[in-house]
Write a protein that binds this ligand. Structure first.
Ligand SMILES: *Cc1c(COP(=O)(O)O)cnc(C)c1O
Length: 439
């Protein structure tokens, strides 16, 4: 509660506040400078709720929520941090710092632009900005006003969207195009609002996007991917338009569609404050369902008991565990990556501890270009140690639910690190393709 000022309402903290926040957290000047150096490259944004209610400041830098939102000096190569820190220390002009930061950013491997998987479909020959149609039944939509979050996660795979590189932006404010696109594609039954965080939008803006969809008979569900329950639960309790927002949710349900709230929770700590329980109750009262998902992140949630505790608590609160993701290979991925073999062990050891009601969860799942690949386990077949995998979801529905194999590799962290076993190529690779598809 170190920053409590007894004020209500959302208060964002940005890099402007970083030095003060770190100082109050006890970091010395040298350490603060190096964290600020990292924050010139990777985006930083948090808020007073996260800082006051979620972070345990007596155990930084190891505190998992601190690691979830604050940049760490070892997220970037030592030499880069030193160079940027020297520029900050010497009071270099902002343009010079930004130029150096940009140069480091462009060297981050791989460049995040590829990860946005811009699969922009066309209507009447025109590209539909902010829309991604990867699986036949589901369309992702990125509303223009939803391109930020209540706080940024250090591991975010969409961080490029937050740094103002114009060519990396992909959002749309054109709901008409979305409606036309859906009408032209009768196979689409589900729309997933994502971002950023769509719940950063006010009720009035959210309504402009959602209302036109309610008359589309083919739509069975509207989903909202959001971390607001973890980072700003007051969005559904004390915020001025919380009642109106919940009424909008109820209208979706009344229109005969399922409103699925896809809640991102990274750690059980995020479930603890009373306001979260209250927010969950209010969302469920609207008739929406809440499904939970998060990536597995080294040093934040890479122990089975963390996940078992999280799934149990979520289920007790009325939420439905949905996915455990493998962290994508973007940004400071080396820093957060958990090898697939370890990820499966964490999943299995957590899954084995919980009741069947929590076992709605699937994972560990890689959301890769050909689809969502689940690591089912490691076993021996015909004397070879192999990974057993299957597609939970795929561009090509033929691939879904059919097991396939890869050579066991304890260091593999992503699909692109795997080599096919008992076959020349993976089922998602077309004949004649040179090697594993990039993901
Ligand atoms: C996960 C995901 C979806 C939704 O998939 P479900 O298995 O239906 O939850 C849709 N689009 C993309 C790009 C995804 O990664």
């Amino acid at each position: 509660m170190i920053f409590s000022e007894g004020r209500r309402g959302f208060r964002a903290y940005t890099t402007k506040h970083l030095d003060e926040l770190l100082g109050r957290g006890g970091l010395d000047e040298q350490a603060r400078l190096r964290v600020r150096a990292v924050a010139t490259v990777l985006p930083f944004r948090t808020n007073a709720y996260v800082v006051d209610e979620l972070i345990d400041w007596s155990s930084i830098p190891d505190d998992p929520i601190y690691r979830l939102v604050f940049p760490q000096e070892d997220m970037l190569p030592e030499a880069d941090v030193s160079r940027l820190a020297a520029l900050l220390r010497d009071g270099a002009p902002a343009a010079r710092v930004q130029e150096a930061a940009r140069e480091v950013r462009m060297r981050l491997n791989p460049h995040p632009a590829g990860q946005l998987e811009l699969n922009v479909p066309r209507v009447d020959g025109e590209s539909v900005q902010g829309l991604q149609h990867k699986y036949p039944e589901t369309v992702l939509f990125f509303p223009k006003q939803g391109q930020t979050c209540h706080a940024y996660c250090t591991y975010c795979f969409r961080w490029a969207q937050f740094i103002g590189e114009p060519d990396l932006k992909m959002a749309s404010d054109d709901i008409g195009n979305l409606v036309e696109y859906v009408k032209a594609h009768p196979e689409v039954t589900s729309i997933l609002f994502t971002g950023g965080d769509p719940m950063i939008m006010s009720e009035a803006v959210l309504r402009r996007y959602i209302e036109p969809l309610l008359g589309l008979e083919q739509l069975e569900s509207i989903r909202i991917g959001t971390k607001s329950l973890a980072y700003w639960p007051d969005r559904f309790v004390g915020d001025p338009d919380s009642d109106a927002t919940l009424k909008l949710f109820a209208e979706v349900v009344a229109s005969g569609k399922s409103l699925a709230f896809m809640a991102h929770f990274s750690h059980p700590r995020e479930l603890e404050p009373d306001v979260v329980q209250k927010a969950v109750e209010r969302i469920l009262e609207s008739g929406a369902t809440i499904r939970t998902q998060a990536p597995l992140i080294r040093s934040i949630n890479d122990r089975p008991d963390v996940w078992a505790h999280m799934w149990r608590r979520q289920t007790a609160m009325g939420m439905i565990p949905y996915y455990m993701f493998v962290e994508r290979d973007t940004g400071p991925q080396d820093y957060f990556a958990v090898p697939l073999a370890d990820a499966h062990r964490v999943f299995r050891d957590a899954y084995a501890q919980v009741s069947g009601l929590c076992r709605t969860v699937r994972g560990p799942s890689m959301s890769a270009t050909p689809g969502k690949v689940c690591v089912d386990g490691v076993t021996e077949v015909a004397g070879q140690r192999v990974f057993v995998l299957h597609f939970i979801q795929a561009r090509d529905p033929e691939l879904v639910g059919r097991p396939f194999f890869a050579h066991y590799d304890p260091d593999a962290v992503w699909l692109s690190d795997l080599r096919p076993a008992f076959a020349d190529r993976f089922p998602f690779e077309t004949a004649g393709a040179p090697g594993p598809l990039s993901t």
